[in-house]
Ligand binder design. Structure first.
Ligand code: PBG
Length: 328
Protein backbone atom coordinates (compact mmCIF):
# COMPACT_ATOMS: atom_id res chain seq x y z
CA UNK A 1 0.00 0.00 0.00
CA UNK A 2 1.10 3.56 -0.75
CA UNK A 3 0.80 5.17 2.68
CA UNK A 4 3.03 7.87 4.10
CA UNK A 5 1.13 8.31 7.33
CA UNK A 6 1.07 5.24 9.57
CA UNK A 7 -0.11 5.85 13.17
CA UNK A 8 1.20 2.40 14.16
CA UNK A 9 4.80 3.70 13.98
CA UNK A 10 4.17 5.39 17.31
CA UNK A 11 3.02 2.13 18.87
CA UNK A 12 5.96 -0.05 17.76
CA UNK A 13 7.59 -0.73 21.10
CA UNK A 14 7.23 0.13 24.80
CA UNK A 15 9.84 2.92 24.61
CA UNK A 16 8.02 4.76 21.83
CA UNK A 17 4.64 4.14 23.45
CA UNK A 18 6.05 5.67 26.64
CA UNK A 19 7.21 8.75 24.76
CA UNK A 20 3.87 9.41 23.12
CA UNK A 21 1.63 8.50 26.08
CA UNK A 22 -0.67 11.43 26.82
CA UNK A 23 -2.08 10.49 30.22
CA UNK A 24 -0.24 8.85 33.09
CA UNK A 25 -1.64 7.95 36.46
CA UNK A 26 0.59 8.93 39.39
CA UNK A 27 0.41 8.20 43.09
CA UNK A 28 0.25 12.00 43.53
CA UNK A 29 -3.22 11.94 41.96
CA UNK A 30 -4.75 9.64 44.57
CA UNK A 31 -6.97 10.41 47.54
CA UNK A 32 -8.09 7.53 49.77
CA UNK A 33 -11.49 7.78 51.49
CA UNK A 34 -11.39 6.13 54.94
CA UNK A 35 -14.20 4.97 57.23
CA UNK A 36 -14.07 4.88 61.02
CA UNK A 37 -16.20 4.83 64.16
CA UNK A 38 -15.82 5.33 67.90
CA UNK A 39 -15.99 1.60 68.70
CA UNK A 40 -12.92 -0.40 69.71
CA UNK A 41 -13.23 -2.98 66.89
CA UNK A 42 -12.10 -2.79 63.25
CA UNK A 43 -15.09 -4.06 61.27
CA UNK A 44 -15.08 -5.37 57.69
CA UNK A 45 -17.65 -3.49 55.59
CA UNK A 46 -19.98 -6.05 54.06
CA UNK A 47 -21.24 -3.78 51.27
CA UNK A 48 -17.67 -2.87 50.23
CA UNK A 49 -15.44 -5.98 50.21
CA UNK A 50 -11.85 -5.10 51.09
CA UNK A 51 -12.84 -1.94 53.01
CA UNK A 52 -12.84 -1.58 56.80
CA UNK A 53 -14.63 0.64 59.26
CA UNK A 54 -11.69 1.34 61.57
CA UNK A 55 -11.46 2.04 65.26
CA UNK A 56 -9.48 5.21 65.94
CA UNK A 57 -6.37 3.17 66.78
CA UNK A 58 -6.82 0.99 63.72
CA UNK A 59 -7.25 4.04 61.53
CA UNK A 60 -4.04 5.67 62.73
CA UNK A 61 -2.09 2.48 61.95
CA UNK A 62 -3.81 2.34 58.56
CA UNK A 63 -2.94 5.97 57.77
CA UNK A 64 0.72 5.27 58.54
CA UNK A 65 0.68 2.32 56.16
CA UNK A 66 -1.12 4.47 53.55
CA UNK A 67 1.72 7.00 53.88
CA UNK A 68 4.24 4.22 53.18
CA UNK A 69 2.57 3.54 49.82
CA UNK A 70 3.26 7.15 48.76
CA UNK A 71 -0.34 8.35 49.06
CA UNK A 72 -0.46 11.82 50.59
CA UNK A 73 -4.17 12.53 51.03
CA UNK A 74 -7.10 10.93 52.84
CA UNK A 75 -10.72 11.99 53.17
CA UNK A 76 -12.52 11.16 56.42
CA UNK A 77 -15.94 9.52 56.72
CA UNK A 78 -17.18 8.84 60.27
CA UNK A 79 -19.96 6.58 61.45
CA UNK A 80 -21.52 8.46 64.31
CA UNK A 81 -23.19 6.66 67.21
CA UNK A 82 -26.99 6.69 66.98
CA UNK A 83 -27.42 8.51 70.33
CA UNK A 84 -25.37 11.47 69.06
CA UNK A 85 -27.65 12.05 66.09
CA UNK A 86 -30.26 14.82 66.21
CA UNK A 87 -32.55 16.72 63.82
CA UNK A 88 -30.10 19.63 63.55
CA UNK A 89 -26.95 17.48 63.50
CA UNK A 90 -25.38 19.77 66.13
CA UNK A 91 -22.81 17.13 67.18
CA UNK A 92 -20.98 17.79 63.87
CA UNK A 93 -19.34 20.88 65.40
CA UNK A 94 -18.23 19.38 68.74
CA UNK A 95 -14.49 19.94 69.17
CA UNK A 96 -14.26 16.73 71.20
CA UNK A 97 -16.24 14.76 68.62
CA UNK A 98 -14.92 11.76 66.70
CA UNK A 99 -13.80 13.65 63.57
CA UNK A 100 -11.75 16.41 65.26
CA UNK A 101 -10.15 13.80 67.52
CA UNK A 102 -9.17 11.77 64.46
CA UNK A 103 -7.86 14.82 62.59
CA UNK A 104 -5.59 15.67 65.53
CA UNK A 105 -4.44 12.05 65.85
CA UNK A 106 -3.57 11.79 62.13
CA UNK A 107 -1.71 15.10 62.19
CA UNK A 108 0.28 13.88 65.19
CA UNK A 109 1.10 10.46 63.71
CA UNK A 110 1.59 11.58 60.13
CA UNK A 111 2.02 15.38 59.92
CA UNK A 112 2.60 15.45 56.16
CA UNK A 113 -0.65 13.70 55.32
CA UNK A 114 -3.21 16.02 53.71
CA UNK A 115 -6.40 15.60 55.74
CA UNK A 116 -9.60 16.32 53.86
CA UNK A 117 -12.90 16.26 55.75
CA UNK A 118 -16.46 15.67 54.64
CA UNK A 119 -18.75 18.59 55.43
CA UNK A 120 -22.39 17.48 55.44
CA UNK A 121 -24.93 16.59 58.08
CA UNK A 122 -25.89 13.05 57.04
CA UNK A 123 -23.71 11.19 59.60
CA UNK A 124 -25.14 13.38 62.41
CA UNK A 125 -28.68 13.93 61.24
CA UNK A 126 -31.33 11.67 62.77
CA UNK A 127 -33.23 11.89 59.46
CA UNK A 128 -30.22 10.68 57.45
CA UNK A 129 -30.25 13.72 55.15
CA UNK A 130 -27.35 16.05 54.32
CA UNK A 131 -29.37 18.99 55.63
CA UNK A 132 -31.92 19.84 58.31
CA UNK A 133 -35.35 18.37 57.58
CA UNK A 134 -38.63 20.15 58.06
CA UNK A 135 -41.99 18.47 57.68
CA UNK A 136 -44.90 20.30 56.04
CA UNK A 137 -48.56 19.92 57.06
CA UNK A 138 -48.97 16.87 54.78
CA UNK A 139 -45.91 15.16 56.25
CA UNK A 140 -43.80 15.97 53.16
CA UNK A 141 -40.07 16.52 53.64
CA UNK A 142 -38.31 19.79 53.03
CA UNK A 143 -34.53 20.15 53.37
CA UNK A 144 -33.85 23.60 54.80
CA UNK A 145 -31.07 25.35 52.89
CA UNK A 146 -29.95 28.43 54.80
CA UNK A 147 -30.42 26.88 58.26
CA UNK A 148 -28.25 23.97 57.11
CA UNK A 149 -25.54 26.25 55.72
CA UNK A 150 -25.23 27.92 59.14
CA UNK A 151 -24.51 24.51 60.75
CA UNK A 152 -22.11 23.51 57.93
CA UNK A 153 -20.07 26.65 58.66
CA UNK A 154 -19.74 25.55 62.31
CA UNK A 155 -18.76 22.03 61.17
CA UNK A 156 -16.11 23.39 58.76
CA UNK A 157 -14.69 25.65 61.50
CA UNK A 158 -14.53 22.70 63.89
CA UNK A 159 -12.54 20.70 61.30
CA UNK A 160 -10.24 23.65 60.59
CA UNK A 161 -9.55 24.17 64.32
CA UNK A 162 -8.58 20.51 64.60
CA UNK A 163 -6.09 20.90 61.75
CA UNK A 164 -7.88 19.80 58.56
CA UNK A 165 -6.03 20.96 55.44
CA UNK A 166 -9.09 20.98 53.20
CA UNK A 167 -12.81 20.84 53.96
CA UNK A 168 -15.03 19.19 51.36
CA UNK A 169 -18.72 20.13 51.48
CA UNK A 170 -20.64 17.20 49.96
CA UNK A 171 -24.11 18.42 50.92
CA UNK A 172 -25.12 20.39 47.77
CA UNK A 173 -26.87 23.22 49.67
CA UNK A 174 -26.90 26.52 47.77
CA UNK A 175 -24.36 29.14 48.83
CA UNK A 176 -22.41 26.95 51.22
CA UNK A 177 -19.02 27.43 49.56
CA UNK A 178 -19.13 31.21 49.94
CA UNK A 179 -20.52 31.03 53.47
CA UNK A 180 -17.84 28.54 54.57
CA UNK A 181 -15.10 30.63 52.91
CA UNK A 182 -16.21 33.73 54.82
CA UNK A 183 -16.50 31.80 58.11
CA UNK A 184 -13.02 30.30 57.71
CA UNK A 185 -11.45 33.65 56.79
CA UNK A 186 -13.15 35.49 59.65
CA UNK A 187 -11.80 32.98 62.15
CA UNK A 188 -8.21 33.06 60.92
CA UNK A 189 -8.32 29.96 58.73
CA UNK A 190 -7.50 31.70 55.48
CA UNK A 191 -5.19 28.84 54.52
CA UNK A 192 -7.76 26.07 54.90
CA UNK A 193 -8.85 24.98 51.43
CA UNK A 194 -12.30 24.11 50.11
CA UNK A 195 -12.89 21.16 47.81
CA UNK A 196 -16.43 21.70 46.55
CA UNK A 197 -18.62 18.80 45.55
CA UNK A 198 -19.69 20.90 42.58
CA UNK A 199 -21.54 18.41 40.40
CA UNK A 200 -22.77 15.75 42.80
CA UNK A 201 -25.50 13.74 41.19
CA UNK A 202 -28.47 12.01 42.86
CA UNK A 203 -26.92 8.68 41.95
CA UNK A 204 -27.81 5.04 42.48
CA UNK A 205 -24.09 4.34 42.92
CA UNK A 206 -23.90 5.52 46.56
CA UNK A 207 -25.71 2.50 48.02
CA UNK A 208 -22.69 0.57 49.36
CA UNK A 209 -21.35 3.74 51.06
CA UNK A 210 -24.64 4.32 52.85
CA UNK A 211 -24.45 0.70 53.96
CA UNK A 212 -20.92 1.27 55.28
CA UNK A 213 -22.00 4.19 57.45
CA UNK A 214 -25.61 3.27 58.02
CA UNK A 215 -26.39 6.74 56.64
CA UNK A 216 -29.22 6.18 54.16
CA UNK A 217 -32.05 8.74 54.42
CA UNK A 218 -34.75 7.42 56.76
CA UNK A 219 -37.38 8.79 54.41
CA UNK A 220 -37.43 10.27 50.91
CA UNK A 221 -34.45 10.72 48.61
CA UNK A 222 -31.78 13.38 47.96
CA UNK A 223 -33.18 14.66 44.66
CA UNK A 224 -34.07 18.13 45.92
CA UNK A 225 -30.40 18.89 46.56
CA UNK A 226 -28.23 16.46 44.54
CA UNK A 227 -28.26 16.96 40.77
CA UNK A 228 -30.44 15.21 38.21
CA UNK A 229 -28.35 12.65 36.25
CA UNK A 230 -29.68 14.05 32.96
CA UNK A 231 -28.09 17.47 33.43
CA UNK A 232 -24.75 18.85 32.29
CA UNK A 233 -25.42 22.57 31.71
CA UNK A 234 -26.49 22.67 35.32
CA UNK A 235 -23.05 21.32 36.29
CA UNK A 236 -21.50 24.36 34.59
CA UNK A 237 -23.93 26.58 36.50
CA UNK A 238 -22.82 25.03 39.80
CA UNK A 239 -19.19 25.38 38.69
CA UNK A 240 -19.53 29.11 38.03
CA UNK A 241 -21.10 29.61 41.46
CA UNK A 242 -18.47 27.56 43.29
CA UNK A 243 -15.68 29.44 41.50
CA UNK A 244 -17.21 32.77 42.40
CA UNK A 245 -17.74 31.66 45.99
CA UNK A 246 -14.07 30.74 46.41
CA UNK A 247 -13.71 26.99 45.84
CA UNK A 248 -10.09 25.87 45.51
CA UNK A 249 -10.91 22.52 43.90
CA UNK A 250 -14.14 21.42 42.23
CA UNK A 251 -15.45 17.87 42.09
CA UNK A 252 -17.54 15.64 39.87
CA UNK A 253 -19.23 12.66 41.52
CA UNK A 254 -19.68 9.83 40.57
CA UNK A 255 -16.75 9.64 38.13
CA UNK A 256 -17.05 6.74 35.66
CA UNK A 257 -20.63 7.32 34.47
CA UNK A 258 -20.01 11.11 34.30
CA UNK A 259 -16.82 11.40 32.22
CA UNK A 260 -18.57 13.85 29.91
CA UNK A 261 -19.20 16.13 32.90
CA UNK A 262 -15.54 15.97 33.92
CA UNK A 263 -14.50 16.83 30.36
CA UNK A 264 -16.98 19.69 30.19
CA UNK A 265 -15.85 21.22 33.48
CA UNK A 266 -12.23 20.82 32.32
CA UNK A 267 -13.06 23.07 29.35
CA UNK A 268 -14.87 25.60 31.52
CA UNK A 269 -12.48 26.12 34.45
CA UNK A 270 -8.84 26.65 35.33
CA UNK A 271 -9.42 25.20 38.82
CA UNK A 272 -8.16 21.70 39.64
CA UNK A 273 -10.83 19.04 39.20
CA UNK A 274 -11.33 16.09 41.52
CA UNK A 275 -13.38 13.05 40.48
CA UNK A 276 -14.90 10.63 42.99
CA UNK A 277 -15.01 6.98 41.94
CA UNK A 278 -17.81 6.09 44.33
CA UNK A 279 -18.73 2.98 46.28
CA UNK A 280 -21.04 1.53 43.60
CA UNK A 281 -18.30 1.83 40.96
CA UNK A 282 -15.92 0.11 43.41
CA UNK A 283 -18.36 -2.66 44.19
CA UNK A 284 -19.11 -3.39 40.51
CA UNK A 285 -15.41 -3.91 39.77
CA UNK A 286 -14.92 -5.99 42.93
CA UNK A 287 -17.90 -8.20 42.10
CA UNK A 288 -16.89 -8.72 38.48
CA UNK A 289 -13.32 -9.56 39.42
CA UNK A 290 -14.20 -11.81 42.36
CA UNK A 291 -15.46 -14.43 39.91
CA UNK A 292 -12.27 -14.17 37.86
CA UNK A 293 -14.24 -12.72 34.94
CA UNK A 294 -12.12 -9.58 34.76
CA UNK A 295 -8.55 -8.83 35.82
CA UNK A 296 -8.85 -6.41 38.76
CA UNK A 297 -5.56 -4.58 38.29
CA UNK A 298 -6.06 -4.03 34.54
CA UNK A 299 -9.69 -3.05 35.06
CA UNK A 300 -8.99 -0.53 37.83
CA UNK A 301 -6.00 1.06 36.09
CA UNK A 302 -7.90 1.52 32.83
CA UNK A 303 -10.92 3.04 34.56
CA UNK A 304 -8.81 5.48 36.58
CA UNK A 305 -6.81 6.39 33.48
CA UNK A 306 -10.09 7.12 31.70
CA UNK A 307 -11.16 9.42 34.54
CA UNK A 308 -7.86 11.27 34.35
CA UNK A 309 -7.92 11.43 30.54
CA UNK A 310 -11.39 13.00 30.75
CA UNK A 311 -9.79 15.88 32.68
CA UNK A 312 -9.56 15.02 36.38
CA UNK A 313 -6.42 16.16 38.20
CA UNK A 314 -7.05 13.96 41.22
CA UNK A 315 -9.19 10.92 41.99
CA UNK A 316 -10.87 9.80 45.18
CA UNK A 317 -10.90 6.01 45.00
CA UNK A 318 -11.24 3.09 47.40
CA UNK A 319 -8.61 1.34 45.25
CA UNK A 320 -5.97 3.99 46.07
CA UNK A 321 -3.70 1.71 48.13
CA UNK A 322 -3.72 -1.06 45.52
CA UNK A 323 -3.09 1.45 42.76
CA UNK A 324 -0.15 3.01 44.60
CA UNK A 325 1.36 -0.46 44.93
CA UNK A 326 0.71 -1.30 41.26
CA UNK A 327 2.26 1.96 40.06
CA UNK A 328 5.41 1.17 42.04
C1 PBG B 1 -22.83 12.12 51.94
C2 PBG B 1 -21.89 11.40 51.06
C3 PBG B 1 -22.23 10.31 50.26
C4 PBG B 1 -21.06 9.88 49.64
C5 PBG B 1 -20.03 10.73 50.06
N1 PBG B 1 -20.57 11.69 50.94
C6 PBG B 1 -23.51 9.59 50.12
C7 PBG B 1 -24.70 10.36 49.74
O1 PBG B 1 -24.63 11.47 49.23
O2 PBG B 1 -25.77 9.82 50.00
C8 PBG B 1 -20.99 8.71 48.72
C9 PBG B 1 -19.65 8.17 48.42
C10 PBG B 1 -19.66 6.81 47.80
O3 PBG B 1 -20.72 6.27 47.41
O4 PBG B 1 -18.58 6.25 47.68
N2 PBG B 1 -22.62 13.44 52.20
Amino acid sequence: MEMMIRPRRNRRNPAIRGLVRETVLSVDDLILPVFFHGDAEDVAIVSMPGCTRWSVGGLIAEVKSVWETGIRAVVLFPKIAEDLKSPDGAACADDEGLVPRVIRAIKEACPGMCVITDVALDPYNSDGHDGIVERDANGGLKILNDETVAVLCLQALCHARAGADIVAPSDMMDGRIGAIRVALDEHGFGETGIMAYTAKYASAFYGPFRGALDSAPKEGDKKTYQMDPGNIREAVRELLLDEEEGADIVMVKPAGPYLDVIARLRDETTLPIAAYQVSGEYLMIKAACAGGWLDEKAEVMERLLGIKRAGADMILTYFAKDVARWIK
